[in-house]
Design a protein around this ligand. Structure first.
Ligand SMILES: Nc1nc2c(ncn2[C@@H]2O[C@H](COP(=O)(O)OP(=O)(O)O)[C@@H](O)[C@H]2O)c(=O)[nH]1
Ligand SMILES: [Mg+2]
Length: 432
């Protein structure tokens, strides 16, 4: 069973759960621990991750409208990005990169992809052929360098890596980014490790990047530890994510070497290189292509559930904050009855909540310019109302209705700000 499968199994256990109690989260954690430990993720790390999940799950209340499954999936996602990083921004300065990895992991192809990547962004690049084990490795890299339009240095049939690096550093002085391709064997051997140490000493790389194939399983952790022991890794690139592999080994590798994922390879072509993006990567790992929207929805729900009455009135009301506030108030029941109990007469239909209405308001607000969102008074203009109505697929009447609701809320906020008694009354209506 690969890691993704184990994680998916753990998540599947939560289907239908309506609350998160100790039993639910512990069963989930047990499954999660099994999956992570069998993927060779460091045991201590696994225990601290599941402990954090348990603490958070039991402390926090499920926000309204969010299922236990989505909520815990989001928490798991947050823990995983703590481990692997959320995104990667490469240093765009002259530098030397050493690529390492087992035979067939995609090092040579990735070297050319990276050279092309940096050169396209204004840093002239060159490739150095230091794979002295594989027949035709020299020719493969030379061909790829031509295709990528980047520099190349190698000494055909030379087996002394020291000589190659010395020659390369002399010949490629005018290049900003130097990328060194190395030998890889089917499994690590002492000879290979010794050779890599020599290359690293001579080349003095700024980055030492492990290239692993997305279908590498738990052995990725062992590989990463051994390469890390030899040269101290700085990052990981996962290749062949366009294939059937889901990249579970990457989690073992980053946890073993304590580095992040930098790029992913998504094809044989030289432009098939993408910057690592945690939402995409974890989504794939968990077999949830829609993870991005799940995470966005849960995070929005958490934010809304946490709006406190104090914050509601301290926050300046404008159209940027209106939607969130409106949703938060929706949980308090019809506002008109509340306002009546405060001794404020409100029109019966005031701020009536309904999902359709909220959706409509959201699309109207999305059609506003950022200026209009900040300064609601701009909407006194008929041409603007017309434009917003058209942009959001609403009628002008609907836009005007929303403006009226906005103004009512603004009035209420003003009262809350100025009157402690009203504030106190108001907080009674907040959901506990
Ligand atoms: N589909 C796919 N194939 C890749 C990717 N990266 C490398 N390959 C292929 O994998 C094979 C081995 O790649 P190579 O760069 O020679 O690996 P090396 O032995 O580590 O240098 C080649 O056929 C590449 O075209 C990738 O991201 N996606
Ligand atoms: Mg190679």
């Amino acid at each position: 069973m690969d890691l993704g499968e184990g994680l998916r199994k753990a998540i599947a256990r939560l289907t239908g759960a309506t609350i998160i109690d100790a039993k639910t989260i512990r069963e989930f954690n047990k499954e999660l621990q099994r999956a992570l430990i069998s993927a060779d993720v460091n045991v201590e790390l696994v225990l601290s991750l599941t402990q954090k999940l348990e603490d958070a799950a039991l402390k926090e209340k499920l926000p309204p409208g969010v299922s236990a499954k989505d909520y815990i999936t989001n928490m798991l996602y947050e823990q995983l990005i703590e481990l692997m990083g959320e995104s990667f921004a490469p240093v765009m300065k002259p530098k030397r990169i050493l690529l390492l990895g087992l035979y067939g992991s995609g090092k040579t192809t990735t070297a050319a992809k990276l050279a092309r990547y940096y050169q396209e962004r204004g840093l002239s690049s060159a490739l150095i052929a230091c794979d002295v084990s594989r027949p035709a490795a020299y020719e493969q890299l030379e061909t790829l360098a031509k295709q990528a339009g980047v520099g190349f240095f190698g000494i055909k049939d030379e087996t002394d890596v020291r000589k190659i690096i010395k020659g390369a550093l002399a010949a490629l002085k005018d290049k900003k980014v130097l990328i060194c391709d190395t030998s890889g064997r089917n499994a690590l051997e002492k000879e290979l490790i010794d050779q890599l140490k020599v290359v690293a000493n001579e080349f003095k790389p700024d980055e030492k990047t492990l290239v692993i194939n997305a279908d590498t399983g738990q052995v990725a952790g062992k590989q990463a530890r051994e390469f890390d022991g030899a040269v101290k890794l700085t990052g990981v690139i996962v290749t062949k994510l366009d294939g059937s592999g889901k990249g579970g080994g990457a989690l073992s590798a980053v946890s073993a070497a304590k580095v992040g994922i930098e790029f992913i390879g998504t094809g044989e072509k030289l432009n098939a290189l993408e910057l690592y993006d945690s939402k995409k990567f974890v989504g794939r790992l968990l077999g949830m292509p829609d993870l991005e929207s799940l995470v966005a929805n849960v995070q929005q729900a958490i934010k809304e559930a946490n709006v406190k009455p104090e914050e509601m009135q301290s926050e300046e009301l404008n159209y940027s904050t209106f939607y969130t506030q409106l949703k938060a108030m929706g949980k308090m029941g019809p506002l008109s009855s509340m306002m009546a109990s405060l001794g404020v007469s409100a029109p019966k239909e005031a701020l009536e909540q309904s999902e359709t209405k909220l959706k409509k308001y959201k699309s109207i607000i999305d059609s506003m310019t950022s200026q209009e969102r900040e300064d609601g008074s701009l909407l006194g203009n008929a041409a603007r109302i017309k434009r917003i109505a058209r942009g959001s697929g609403s009628t002008e009447k609907e836009v005007k209705e929303m403006i009226a609701d906005f103004n009512k809320m603004k009035k209420l906020f003003g009262m809350m700000k100025n009157d402690r008694n009203v504030r106190k009354q108001f907080s009674k209506f907040m959901p506990k």
